[in-house]
Design a binder for this molecule. Sequence first.
Ligand SMILES: Cc1cc2nc3c(=O)[nH]c(=O)nc-3n(C[C@H](O)[C@H](O)[C@H](O)COP(=O)(O)OP(=O)(O)OC[C@H]3O[C@@H](n4cnc5c(N)ncnc54)[C@H](O)[C@@H]3O)c2cc1C
Length: 379
Amino acid sequence: MDSVPPVVGADVSRSRIPRNTRSRGPDRPYPTGADAGDPSQKAEQASSPVVDMNNEHTSDSLPPQLHQLIVVGGGVAGCTAAMYGQRYGLDVVLLEKAAPGGQTATASLVENYPGFPGGISGFELAQRVHQQAQEAGITFLTDLAKALLPQGPCWTLQGEVDSYCAQAVILTLGAAPRRLGVPGEARLLGHGVSFCATCDGFFYRGKRVAVVGGGNSAVDEALYLTDIAEQVYLIHRRHELRAEAYLQERAFARANLEIVWDTVVEEVVGQAELEKVRVRNVRTEQVSDLEVDGLFVAIGHAPQTAWLEGTLDLEDGFIVTDHLMHTSQAGIFAAGDVRNTPLRQITTAVGDASLAAYSAYQHISALSEMDVASLMGQG
Ligand SMILES: Cc1cc2nc3c(=O)[nH]c(=O)nc-3n(C[C@H](O)[C@H](O)[C@H](O)COP(=O)(O)OP(=O)(O)OC[C@H]3O[C@@H](n4cnc5c(N)ncnc54)[C@H](O)[C@@H]3O)c2cc1C
């Protein structure tokens, strides 16, 4: 195996634990596309300990700076992985394509995250997590990750704005719930329309709700809601469910669960709050209104991982990991909603993320140890 190029902040000759001596704080932002043309920036980069991965370092084409850990995604999983990485003494950079916060920032009220009796708004929770990561000294960069390429024992991450190189990469890209795309859905999100029964079902005690979908998660959510709501409708576009048999049996046996077969949602209706759902029977073409207080859309999640096809093992687009968040490639880890997991919650995202940082640290330490061995002529 190639010897590992010197890493920013690592002192491998003295310790297995890489040091973080060159993290860029928020006051010293990493050059992005906006300032990449600034000659003073290039001069600063050229005089800094930049690693020349190809031995083709010219003043016109600077190679990417080598970091120990790059985290992609600034949701709760990404911020947690970055903070844990930082606490392991790693040089960490976090890449986020938009504003940090991820899906959590869109949750109206989070009532199932420990430590907040009475709940906390998703926006505030996301803000707090981001602030905590900033206070820990994590460098946040705005860029859209587009490709991952092996570079000896390291990985080059190509972004829309810049390229980055790291000994380990943690992917926390999240997954967006699939939307129906019908009129009223977006406007009434958080006002009767929800994508998560575990999160929002509590608000519908003794009320009438509908769930859309026919797979495992839709039936699971419908069953969960039968213990809370007075009446649950499961709206499904076909005449048979895709959910596993044991779930179907339970659904058929539940007295307050009615399956509305061969039906699609045409419109979500309400002024300030959801009032009814306009549905169409695809066999008879008959349109009718279903009066409900809550509508739970459970037609799956869509991970944004097309750019990783061919690089990592994916399952329905989700990144396949083991229980320590290793992916199919050494040095690449995944955490949170983007991985193949049966539960996508804030608690599971932060748990995954801390394990991913642990595994990334182990990986980086092993690389450093190999380098020590080669430096000592024992490699
Ligand atoms: C409306 C709503 C309400 C919810 N309520 C609750 C609740 O009450 N309790 C609960 O436990 N869970 C709730 N959830 C689920 C919870 O929000 C998610 O499980 C959690 O946010 C997952 O965190 P994550 O960091 O894995 O992913 P995300 O929060 O999705 O973050 C992923 C981040 O990665 C970024 N990203 C993606 N691709 C790239 C790329 N190529 N380059 C750079 N950046 C990229 C995205 O912009 C995003 O910021 C809710 C979800 C929604 C949508």
